[in-house]
Design a protein around this ligand. Structure first.
Ligand code: ADP
Ligand code: MG
Length: 240
C-alpha cells in the first residue's frame, strides 16, 4: 500500500503540496482531479522519489521513499509511471522499446525479456505491432505502448499522469479502456485525469486537489453527486 503522511513540498518559495494525507490500499484505484497547478503531478513524482519532499513521509509497502537508505531504483521498479507523452526510441521497434528496461534494469535475458514484452503488448492490444517503429503508431497506440513498457517491469503500483491529455479526442477512449482493464484486473493505481466520466466509472475513490491541498476525497458517487467543498463544486461545474 501507499501511505502519504502530511507531505509538504515546495519549489523554492512556491508551496506546491501543503500537507497531503492519503493512503491507497492494495488493489485500490484512486483518481486525482483538480485545476492546473494544484500539485497533482508533483504528488506522483514525489511518490516514486523523482522529487524530494520538504516534510512528511511517503511509504510504499512500508519502505520510506525519501529515506537516505532507500534504494530508489529498486523502488521505482515496483511503481510504474506513465506520463502525457513518452518519447520512445525511434530507431527501435515497439517490441525492442518495451524489452529495453527488463533487459537493462532487471538484467533479464533477451528471449525472456521479449516474451514478457510481447505478453504485455498483446495485453494492451498491440500484439500486431511488435515489429513496427514507434513513429508509425497513432498517439493512442503510443500511449498503450508506454503502458506496456511500464507493465513489463511487473510493478505492483501504477501511476498515470493525464495519459490522455495530449491525444486527439477520438483516441482517448482506447487508452481509457486499457486503464479500465488494468483497474478491473486489480492493479493498484493512482490516476491523475481530466476525464470525469472515467473517474466516475473506474475509481474506488476520487481526490479533489485545490492549491496544494486535498480539499476532498470520497467515493465517486459522493464527489460527483454531492460534493462537500465549495471549490469541488466550482471545479466540477467548470469541467462539465
Ligand atoms: P498540476 O499537475 O496539478 O497541474 P503540478 O504539480 O505540475 O500541478 O505543479 C504545481 C505547481 O508547481 C505549479 O505552480 C508548477 O508551476 C510548479 N512546479 C511544478 N514543477 C516544478 C519545478 N520542477 N520547478 C518549479 N516549479 C514547479
Ligand atoms: Mg500535471
Amino acid at each position: 500500500m501507499i501511505e502519504i503522511q502530511n507531505v509538504h513540498k515546495s519549489f523554492g518559495p512556491l508551496k506546491v503540496l501543503k500537507g497531503i494525507d492519503l493512503t491507497v490500499e492494495k488493489g485500490e484505484v484512486v483518481t486525482v482531479i483538480g485545476g492546473s497547478g494544484s500539485g497533482k503531478s508533483t504528488l506522483l513524482t514525489c511518490i516514486n522519489g523523482l522529487e524530494p519532499i520538504d516534510t512528511g513521509r511517503i511509504l510504499v509497502d512500508g519502505t520510506e521513499v525519501h529515506a537516505r537508505t532507500t534504494d530508489l531504483n529498486r523502488l521505482r521498479q515496483n511503481i510504474g509511471i506513465v506520463f502525457q507523452q513518452w518519447n520512445a526510441f525511434p530507431h527501435l521497434t515497439v517490441l525492442e522499446n518495451v524489452t529495453l528496461a527488463p533487459r537493462k534494469v532487471l538484467g533479464i535475458g533477451k528471449a525472456e525479456a521479449e516474451a514478457i514484452a510481447e505478453k504485455q503488448l498483446r495485453h494492451v492490444g498491440l500484439g500486431d505491432k511488435l515489429s513496427t517503429f514507434p513513429s508509425r503508431l497513432s498517439g493512442g497506440q503510443q500511449q498503450r505502448m508506454a503502458i506496456a513498457r511500464a507493465l513489463a517491469m511487473s510493478p505492483d503500483y501504477m501511476l498515470f499522469d493525464e495519459v490522455t491529455s495530449a491525444l486527439d479526442p477520438q483516441l482517448v477512449g482506447e487508452v481509457l479502456e486499457t486503464l479500465k482493464m488494468l483497474a478491473e484486473e486489480g492493479m493498484t493505481m493512482i490516476c491523475v485525469t481530466h476525464e470525469m466520466a472515467f473517474a466516475r466509472d473506474v475509481s474506488d475513490r476520487v481526490a479533489y486537489f485545490h492549491k496544494g491541498i486535498m480539499a476532498e476525497i470520497g467515493a465517486p458517487e459522493q464527489i460527483f453527486g454531492d460534493p462537500q467543498h465549495p471549490e469541488t463544486r466550482a471545479f466540477l461545474a467548470s469541467v462539465r
